[in-house]
Design a protein around this ligand. Sequence first.
Ligand code: NAD
Length: 324
Amino acid sequence: MALQIGIIGTGWFSKVHADILSNMDGVQVAAFVGTSQEKAARAVQGYASAKAYSNTEQMLDETKPDAVYICVPPFAHGEIESQLVQRGIPFLVEKPLGTNLATPRQILHGVKKAGLMTSAGYHFRYTDAAMKAAEMLESRKIGMALGYWMGDMPQVYWWRQQEGSGGQFIEQTTHMVDLLRCLLGEVDEVYAAFAHRAMKDIHEGVTVHDVGTATLKLRSGAVATISNTCMLPESDKVGLTIYTEQGVIDIQPDKLIVKEKGRLTEIRNAANPYLRENEAFIHGLRTGDASGILSTYEDAVKTMEVTDAALRSAESGVPVKVGE
Ligand SMILES: NC(=O)c1ccc[n+]([C@@H]2O[C@H](COP(=O)([O-])OP(=O)(O)OC[C@H]3O[C@@H](n4cnc5c(N)ncnc54)[C@H](O)[C@@H]3O)[C@@H](O)[C@H]2O)c1
């Protein structure tokens, strides 16, 4: 019998995952849950086996999925995960885990107690660029890193509201913070400055900062800065550049650029990181072997601790210790 997957959320990213899942052998997209029956009914179109629901509990009762994908905006996390924990249903959750730390910490407690298999949508970890960088860094001394997410403002309504998304650093730049943790290790302290420059005057209802920069002290002794803006008319640079005694390793969304010994080498990503992320989770469900899952709920909480510390530092004007 095919693995039955329930999907919560009917937006852009639910469809990205549903398309990948429905092309896998032995996997069936069993249901979509939307905020209304109409939205769910629209979402199931094109997925022959999927049923539409407007209520998570009802979907879980009737579909009895083997696992659930949670693809909802940051503000909508908490209740969904609690239900899955109570029923012992493994889940893949899109980043970030929430708009603040309180809910994820509570959910993590339940996830650990239930021994649930989880995966968090930090797909950069699954890119060829990040995997090759990890290999190279084993034989280099890391000095520092510069991360950046310089872009435009996503147009979904919740993104521009602080209580909807948590702001750019928590919602989007979290990918770079996670990549930093994955490749350079844990962060001990953050000092950040965020500001409102232009977007408040351009769009209605904008409460998120539109520029920000954070200085991070790592446990290893290395240092980093991660900056972001969402005030550009179109997307610019996104990536993490790592400086070692042998040269520069630059991870971009689609490639790795290495500058060492006077030579520049460019390696383009060949594999689809989202496919790898999904395959690792599905393999885990089938076999119980979760070793291919590169980011779990527990690990993602640690990334959220850093992005949350950055927001608290920007609000208070003083450095903040991570995890306190
Ligand atoms: N990993 C990545 O590369 C990546 C890319 C895009 C989005 N995402 C993440 O995926 C999440 C969703 O993003 P999106 O672009 O699909 O947003 P979206 O606004 O297009 O879709 C979100 C959907 O969730 C639904 N929803 C809200 N509350 C719900 C609830 N309680 N129950 C059921 N459905 C609910 C909304 O109605 C909407 O259909 C975000 O956290 C985002 O950061 C990750």
